[in-house]
Write a protein of this length. Structure first.
Length: 85
């Protein structure tokens, strides 16, 4: 999952990322706490000394699949997604 806050919008190509999975294929909500978005990145490189993620100023939420960890056919199904406090 990729999140951007207002600070990321001022830093070219910056975002916060968190890896997620549902290995048990459980049909229940998958909740990812804001605390896992602990390092701002720019093109995959940590921005040392960058401010912490601000959940009150989210501007973008998205998904990214990067090889080689994502290989072959896969499927994501969403009934609903969003942010919670």
């Amino acid at each position: 999952i990729i999140l951007k806050d207002a600070t990321c919008e001022r830093v070219r190509l910056a975002n916060f990322k968190a890896v997620f999975a549902n290995p048990d294929r459980a049909d229940q909500p998958l909740l990812i706490p804001f605390s896992v978005f602990d390092q701002m990145e720019q093109m995959g490189n940590a921005l040392v000394g960058s401010p912490s993620f601000n959940p009150m100023s989210v501007t973008e939420i998205g998904l990214m699949a990067i090889k080689p960890t994502v290989v072959g056919a896969f499927q994501l199904e969403f009934e609903e997604w969003g942010l919670y406090m």
